[in-house]
Ligand binder design. Structure first.
Ligand code: NAD
Length: 353
């Protein structure tokens, strides 16, 4: 067995339908008596529900969380938190809302209690990001890791089926890359394999019925595991490409992960045989390669399969390669221009790997 290092991160996790009912008790456990509740505009109702549960321990609601965490939003939320003398943050929503909580925590050190309602997994990582003047800066800081996370599948039923599917495939991408990470370890690999299987099973049930209880439970459980993998080991080619496509070409986050993943897997397969075997097993050993199994899963779920349909222009593929090659990073297979260009062409056209 290879040498490995495993560092566990201090977080308390509550999982289960109806577990949001424990919100106030959990906030008190963190010493929060004046919570600033964060959400996006469309999730204001859920933020109000959370504030009601917190009762006297809620100081107010900031409902303007946005994609990519713009600094202007962070400043406005910081001002409101300061004015209300907030002593803790409750984020109810997806990666954008947790992202805002993290940016505030970075500045203030306030504890975060996260209530995730998508499968993005940000609540399990100490990675933060902020956008200033169109430039996204990211970093890691233990202060931004949510102290307590409440996973209540009941809150995810309202997530539209198509969004659930791409969000779930985004979660699978964290686990898939975690399996061949440079700093991979057996604990994270166990979680990754279990997480991929649970998300895949959950999504198939959700595709048939948005309110399938077992499907919602499985998908959120799997998303927790996949998010944990993202928070604990390094990512490689797939995540780099998705950041390039999102950051420089404004492609949508979860959809881009969905389209690129099978092609990044196919690229890395020759140098990541154990990881591919684990993915195949998680997806039920269909007889196809890991990459093809992921592609077939996306097709069966009715997910997007081409960069073209996400708005990518074919003439920009060369520039995407240049950007991806500009700052080198670790990947199990060396990153070379020609095969990388071919990978992007395949993803652009949606060819089965
Ligand atoms: P999101 O948070 O932007 O949510 C998308 C939309 O869905 C929003 O309008 C939101 O209000 C709505 N929504 C969320 N849950 C809902 C529900 N249950 N019912 C109805 N509507 C709901 O999207 P996301 O995919 O969760 O997060 C993407 C962002 O998170 C990206 O910016 C990404 O970079 C970031 N992210 C960061 C990390 C990290 O570790 N820092 C990890 C993963 C993702």
């Amino acid at each position: 067995m290879k040498h490995f290092v495993y560092t566990s991160q201090p977080q308390r996790v509550l999982f289960g339908p109806g577990s949001i009912r424990n919100l106030n008790e959990e906030a008190q456990g963190l010493g929060i008596t004046r919570a600033l509740v964060l959400s996006t505009g469309p999730q204001r109702d859920q933020a109000e529900f959370a504030a009601d549960l917190l009762g006297a321990n809620a100081a107010g609601i900031f409902d303007a969380a946005r994609m990519h965490v713009p600094v202007e939003t962070v400043r406005a939320a910081l001002a409101q938190g300061h004015e209300m003398k907030a002593d803790g943050l409750v984020s109810i929503g997806g990666g954008s809302t947790v992202g805002l909580a993290k940016a505030i925590a970075l500045e203030t050190g306030l504890p975060i209690l996260a209530v995730p309602t998508t499968y993005a997994g940000s609540e399990m990582t100490s990675i933060y990001g902020m956008t200033d003047g169109g430039l996204k800066q990211t970093g890691r800081d233990p202060r931004v890791l949510p102290r307590t996370v409440i996973y209540d599948p009941d809150l995810t039923h309202a997530l539209p089926v198509s969004v659930s599917i791409t969000s779930g495939l985004n979660a699978i991408a964290h686990a898939a890359e975690g399996l061949y990470a440079q700093d991979a370890n057996p604990i994270m690999s166990l979680m990754a394999q279990e997480g991929i299987g649970a998300v895949a099973r959950g999504l198939s049930l959700i595709r048939a019925d948005a309110n399938d209880r077992e499907g919602r439970d499985q998908a959120l459980y799997g998303a927790w595991l996949c998010g944990t993998v993202l928070g604990n080991v390094g990512m490689a080619l797939h995540h780099k490409l998705c950041h390039t496509l999102g950051g420089s070409f404004n492609l949508p986050h979860a959809e881009t992960h969905t389209v690129v993943l099978p092609h990044a897997m196919a690229y890395n397969a020759p140098e990541a045989k154990e990881a591919m075997a684990a993915i195949q097993k998680a997806l039920g050993n269909t007889g196809a390669s890991a990459a093809a199994s992921l592609f077939d899963l996306a097709v069966n779920l009715g997910a997007p399969t081409t960069l073209k349909e996400l708005g990518m222009r074919e003439e920009d593929l060369d520039r995407a390669v240049d950007i991806a090659l500009a700052n080198p990073y670790w990947n199990p297979r060396p990153i070379e221009r020609r095969p990388l260009r071919q990978l992007l062409q395949n993803a652009y056209e949606g060819r089965r790997p």
